[in-house]
Design a protein around this ligand. Structure first.
Ligand code: AMP
Ligand code: ZN
Length: 490
């Protein structure tokens, strides 16, 4: 077996050796976006980090041995509100569909530019899918099934057309964790946190919604538990349903391990650190209680938060950066590289300066492709760095070391394996000019005018043109052989 992997596990609060339940079927779930608006650069962090983890697992265990599920949350009250705002004259179902379809397409376009693998890149016809991107609305049956099981096991109850998860019911079940253990919160803390504005139908303030009744403008499905009013799911139940279908049910006959308890558990669950509570605590409560198991996933990995120029990103501060807007100014691979310069568990400070530095590095490495090429391949030191809890700063140091040693083909192979150098050199250069809105014909014309001015010894005019070029961020170089070349700098 290849490198030994070690990951920091939120569940155990330590960096542990990674031992898959079944090496031939390594299973990873990551909470995906709620599709109602452009994704911001903070949302890009888990996408990039877990794409890298997926690539590493594929490298270590084999491309057919890893299944990655990243869901799309396409039922949520934020979506309903956006649909009503943007399409007030359309029937609500149609308006909701427009919002989710448009946002999902935008999300895909954005993240494709970030160099992440997409389902089409890894799935082969006739083979079980290796990357599944399930939509919540296509898993309502599984949600109802889990809800029914929770009710049958005394971990959920019906109240005023809602179904609520019962924390006290959970405490009475054997072989399941204690509620709050995952996020390290005591019941007292949880109780005082939950006491504000308790809905009247809750038996206990800590109980949370699994299913709720829909009004005329909400999306709705037949309710579980004999509730006559049509309804819609709560947020947490979606992930329990989608991970179960694609990482447990789908593997019923495929796993080679004998332990039946392990079959109901998958290997790695990921997301941003803000999801630890309540989302992941509640996912665990639901999945463990529905199936009577001590663990939903063995390893829980959480990325730290991203802030912008040392401030919390927010619309009111005016520093809210969407991936879509950033891509107008920077190649997606620069955003990817910049994201990976910080270890995924650390907070990251997203700055223009960092982007400029990232771009310089990629400019250099793109330049090396002019005379050299190599197929995607991980080198041992790069794999070792990633095997150490995805240590990307160390990975980047190893890439620089390859560069410094003149091992350019090896460097390029690693960069390709890591999701870089997807463009040709010319496309890369052209994109940089386009991003800066510099028209090459204008630059060439200015350079010609400058040459004429200099030939006529009109220094004032040649200086003026030089300043004009500088204002366009164009750096002109007069070569020894009499030619003039130029490039765009920041
Ligand atoms: P949301 O759409 O808010 O549920 O977020 C989607 C994903 O992005 C989740 O995994 C969040 O934890 C993550 N996320 C949201 N904001 C940030 C941020 N500022 N920094 C890092 N991750 C974030
Ligand atoms: Zn989730």
């Amino acid at each position: 077996m290849a490198s030994k992997l070690r990951f920091y596990n939120t569940l155990t609060r330590s960096k542990d050796d990674f031992v898959p339940i079944d090496e031939k079927n390594v299973r990873l779930y990551v909470c995906g976006p709620t599709v109602y608006d452009y994704a911001h650069i903070g949302n890009a962090r888990p996408i990039i980090v877990f794409d890298l983890l997926f690539r590493l697992l594929r490298h270590v265990y084999g491309e057919d041995a890893v299944t990655y599920v990243r869901n799309i949350t396409d039922v949520d009250d934020k979506i309903n509100a956006r649909a009503a705002r943007d399409y007030p004259d359309l029937p609500h179902n149609e308006a909701i569909r427009l919002v989710t379809e448009k946002t999902e397409a935008q999300f895909h376009a954005d993240i494709r530019a970030l160099g992440v693998l997409m389902p089409d890149d890894v799935n082969a016809p006739g083979q079980p899918p290796r990357f599944v991107e399930p939509r919540a609305t296509e898993h309502i049956d599984e949600m109802r099934m889990i809800i029914e099981r929770l009710i049958a096991r005394g971990a959920a109850y019906v109240a005023e057309d809602h179904v609520l998860f019962s924390v006290s019911g959970m405490q009475r079940l054997p072989n399941v964790p204690k509620y709050g253990a995952f996020s390290n919160r005591s019941l007292d803390e949880l109780l005082s946190g939950a006491r504000v504005d308790v809905a009247p139908y809750k038996r206990d303030p800590m109980d949370f919604v699994l299913w709720k009744p829909s009004g005329p403008k909400d999306p709705s499905w037949p309710s579980p538990a004999g509730i006559a009013t049509p309804g819609r799911p709560g947020w947490h139940i979606e992930c329990s349903a989608m991970s179960w279908r694609h990482l447990v049910k789908a593997f019923e006959t495929r796993l080679s391990c004998d332990d039946p308890a392990a079959r109901e558990t998958f290997d790695i669950h990921g997301g941003g650190i803000d999801l630890v509570f309540p989302h992941h605590e509640n996912e665990i409560a639901q999945s463990c209680c529905a199936f009577g198991m001590p663990r939903m996933a063995n390893v829980w990995m959480h990325n730290g938060f991203l802030q912008v120029e040392s401030e919390k990103m927010s619309k009111s501060l005016g520093n809210f950066l969407t991936i879509h807007d950033l891509l107008k100014d920077w190649p997606g691979e620069v955003l990817r590289f910049n994201m990976l310069r910080t270890h995924y568990r650390q907070p990251i400070d997203w700055t223009v300066r960092g982007l400029e530095e990232s771009e310089k590095v990629l400019d250099r490495w793109y330049g090396l492709t002019a005379g050299t090429d190599a197929a995607p391949a991980f080198s041992a030191p790069v794999t070792e760095a990633l095997a150490d809890d995805l240590n990307t700063p160390r990975m980047i140091a190893e890439l620089h070391a390859l560069d410094g040693a003149g091992a350019h083909a090896e460097l390029i192979g690693n960069l390709r394996a890591l999701g870089f150098l997807a463009e040709g050199l010319e496309a890369w250069k052209a994109r940089r000019r386009a991003a800066l809105a510099v028209d090459p014909a204008t630059v060439e014309a200015l350079i010609a005018a400058r040459r004429e001015a200099r030939a006529a010894k009109n220094w004032a005019e040649s200086d003026r043109i030089r300043d004009e070029l500088a204002a366009l961020s164009v750096v002109v170089k007069d070569n020894k052989d009499g030619t003039t070349t130029w490039e765009v700098a920041r």
